[in-house]
Write a new protein. Structure first.
Length: 220
């Protein structure tokens, strides 16, 4: 059973999680790219999957904690199993669509998320054995905070916002200056059109007046 001292905390968590999930759907609908399904970038799949999984986990845990006379054990075990399945699916998707070197660090959240769900599973098993274990309930409350942080961070990156951490900014600036090996930078406009005749000049060369003038020169 959840101690009554945690009811206010989990009530606030439920309100926050519901609001964030609603904002997540808004963020997906106004994302910079409109490609969805298999055409969407791998980073979009991972970021949206991580954000949705963590926020739903926090919402369900908070709601289960508010039910009178209910243990968090069953909900924790079910959510942990669902989260492990989602993390495994994202890992398989990442291996199938192997990312470039610049995206590998962005996918490092997948094994970390899997480890958190394993901790939640072990904690849920302890709650099944002893529903009144105050330490296990406190651990679930801490996991909710961690899931909030991960979910909001991934939602922030999903809408195209730039990472403002010092190391991330420094790495991004270095990559922008050097350019990735696989990228081809477009040359100046004069180089791109060099060797090409303008359309108007080609039209003038093939116009009837130009052909008659050429015929007169050749006959003369």
């Amino acid at each position: 059973m959840v101690p009554s001292t945690y009811h206010a905390y989990f009530g606030g968590c439920a309100s926050v999680a519901g609001t964030l999930i609603g904002l997540l759907f808004v963020a997906i609908s106004v994302s910079p790219h409109k490609d969805t399904g298999p055409r969407a970038p791998l980073s979009f799949h991972v970021q949206s999957g991580v954000a949705f999984t963590t926020l739903v986990d926090a919402l369900v845990i908070a709601l289960a904690a508010l039910l009178p006379g209910t243990s968090l054990g069953p909900a924790s075990v079910l959510l942990a199993g669902s989260g492990i399945s989602a993390a495994t699916g994202m890992a398989l998707l990442s291996l199938w669509r192997w990312p470039g070197r610049r995206q590998i660090w962005g996918l490092a959240v997948i094994p970390m998320l899997g480890g958190l769900f394993i901790l939640q599973l072990l904690n849920g098993i302890r709650l099944l054995q002893n529903p009144a274990d105050r330490g296990s309930v406190h651990a679930q409350a801490l996991l909710v905070i961690i899931f909030f942080v991960i979910g909001t961070t991934r939602a922030w990156q999903m809408i195209g916002a730039r990472n403002t951490r010092v190391l991330a900014l420094a790495g991004g600036l270095v990559r922008e200056r050097s350019g990735s090996p696989g990228e081809r930078r477009p040359g100046p406009p004069d180089r791109q059109i060099r060797g090409r005749r303008p359309v108007e000049s080609r039209r003038r060369c093939h116009s009837p007046a130009a052909l008659r003038a050429g015929a007169r020169k050749s006959s003369g």
